[in-house]
Design a protein around this ligand. Sequence first.
Ligand code: NDP
Length: 285
Amino acid sequence: MDGIGGGTRLAGVVGWPVSHSRSPALHNRWLRRYGVDGAYVPLPVAPGRLETALRGLQAAGFAGVNVTLPHKEEAYRLSDVASPAAHRCRAVNTLVFDADGRLHGDNTDGQGFVDSLRAAGVDPAAGPALVLGAGGAARAVAAALQDLGAAVRIANRDATRAERLAASLNETARPGAPPIRVTDWETRADLPGRPALLVNATAIGMAGSPGTPCDVEHAPHGLVVCDIVYTPRRTRLLAEAEMRGLRTVEGIGMLLHQARIGHAAWFGVLPAIDPDLADAVAGEA
Ligand code: NDP
């Protein structure tokens, strides 16, 4: 499209800070690729200003926004209609504004995680899962796996936080879903419950938080190792798993897959994930 005009559909990402977000590059790339008259912008919104900002964006004709730190829980509280995934996560990362002035909140992280595994040829519900972490991302991942009927264990450095997360997800699980169990952080490398899938949903391995969240030296060959950290794309955990011949899934796929859902709602096109998209968005092409 040639620039922004009166008919341009608008969306963006609300966060504080937001300058590091990969979402504008991703969505604008899709808009160009599909020839959509749309634009997606970073929207720095300070803590305490979310409601004012959302009402203003809605009044100004935005189709909706992504929500990132530190606003995800507040966005859930402000949603007039929340999706089942948003209720499970008690957090919203995608808002759609409707014509009646209502905010529709969704949390697409869990679906993005599941879709990224499937795109990599991995069945997320094929066996038990061990999820490392008990923050917002771990909640989305564990909820999505439990919803698919997988047996999930959580290990977190702060065990009380893990217990709280498991209790909260078990309370809202559908009838018949296997309850999430908590396992000891110190013995995670023993892979309790013989998982088919190991997911790092801690911040360990991110740029600035070096190291590995789990030793996989003695992991059985069938284990699939997924790291949702995506900066860097190839974390130490993934590198060590690959050295052992284990199958691995990068976190960038979750980021790309979760973004498709909002893009379709705002711009009317469900975009494809090209082989070169991950490189372009991660800035590592
Ligand atoms: P939170 O701050 O909510 O949670 C952080 C988690 O990491 C907690 O479980 C925390 O444990 C653990 N942790 C941090 N440092 C350490 C450490 N040194 N040793 C042990 N545990 C540690 O963050 P999020 O859940 O929002 O994000 C977690 C990661 O997931 C980030 O790297 C983020 O970039 C990534 N992410 C990726 C997405 C994707 O699309 N691929 C989407 C969302 C997030 P404790 O409770 O003990 O402090």
